[in-house]
Design a protein around this ligand. Structure first.
Ligand SMILES: [Zn+2]
Length: 279
């Protein structure tokens, strides 16, 4: 297996155990990556080989605007284990076009979800009302096409929840809070409305105690794992470019927090992926 670092003995046992499970056919999915970004142009095939060696059999690559969603679609059409999603990230709204142009992309069989969509009042100075309008528009598209939604929410929990409340009142919406921050209001709301919580590499950082508590608290059947690569590289590779193979280090943290066997954790997580994305 690749990625074994001589300097990190604490991962060694886990790596060996996971390696044995992968030989037996166990796998893990990177539910949120951006592998169609140009960050992977120089080593795309070897990046995929490293993922495969680590038991990452399915990778979902997430669109952040219209052109980018088309790029994600093109990539997914070329590889069996790669799926994609389509949407507009709140900081990409300046590239906004009519949302209806997304419809031919969304009906594609490998388009597993709408996203990433949502509200970001931290990173972007874009008008809140425009972000909210686009978010609502995509939620309605998701309901129409019966697809789940991947929600990015940053410094905007209460606004996100009030929009979701409006939408789910009369509808059945499947959703995940991606790159989950550990926000307690989101946990309460999400648990009540059968939403999922997706954890990324930042849960492995030594300072992320609150986030690990959330991972411990949330039932295993509501958890998804992701890399959000090329961003948020987990320990012990923090500082380097992230890639799907590294999702096993987030798996390691999930395994440590849950107090279940590695088989049980991996099986539950894969069941969640298949159920949530309807694969
Ligand atoms: Zn992302």
């Amino acid at each position: 297996m690749y990625l074994k670092s001589k300097h990190d003995h604490e991962y060694e046992c886990f790596i060996n155990e996971w390696e044995n499970l992968v030989k037996k056919g166990f796998s893990i999915t990177d539910t949120h990556s951006h592998i169609h970004f140009q960050d992977y142009n120089s080593d795309f095939e070897s990046m995929l080989a490293r993922a495969k060696a680590n038991g990452v059999k399915k990778i979902i690559t997430i669109g952040i605007n219209y052109e980018d969603s088309l790029k994600a679609q093109r990539l997914a059409s070329q590889y069996r284990g790669i799926y994609f999603t389509a949407g507009i990230h709140p900081s990409e709204i300046e590239k906004l076009q009519e949302l209806s142009i997304f419809e031919p992309i969304i009906v594609n069989k490998k388009c597993l979800a709408i996203g990433e969509i949502g509200l970001d009042f931290y990173r972007t100075t874009l008008k809140k009302d425009l972000q909210e309008k686009v978010f609502k528009g995509f939620l309605n598209i998701a309901l129409y096409f019966k697809k789940p939604v991947i929600i990015h929410t940053r410094e905007a929990a209460s606004e996100t929840l009030s929009i979701l409340d409006e939408i789910v009142k009369d509808n059945n919406l499947r959703g995940v809070f991606h790159c989950f921050s550990g926000d307690e209001n989101l946990i309460d709301w999400g648990m009540e409305h059968n939403f999922y919580f997706s954890f990324t590499g930042n849960v492995t950082f030594s300072k992320s105690c609150k986030l690990r508590s959330a991972l411990k608290l949330i039932p295993i059947d509501r958890i998804l794992l992701e890399t959000d690569c090329p961003y948020l590289t987990p320990m012990p590779f923090r500082g380097k470019r992230n890639e799907p193979a590294y999702v096993i280090y987030t798996l390691y943290t999930a395994y440590k927090m849950k107090g279940l066997s590695l088989q049980e954790v991996a099986n539950s997580l894969e069941n969640n992926v298949n159920e949530f994305f309807n694969i």
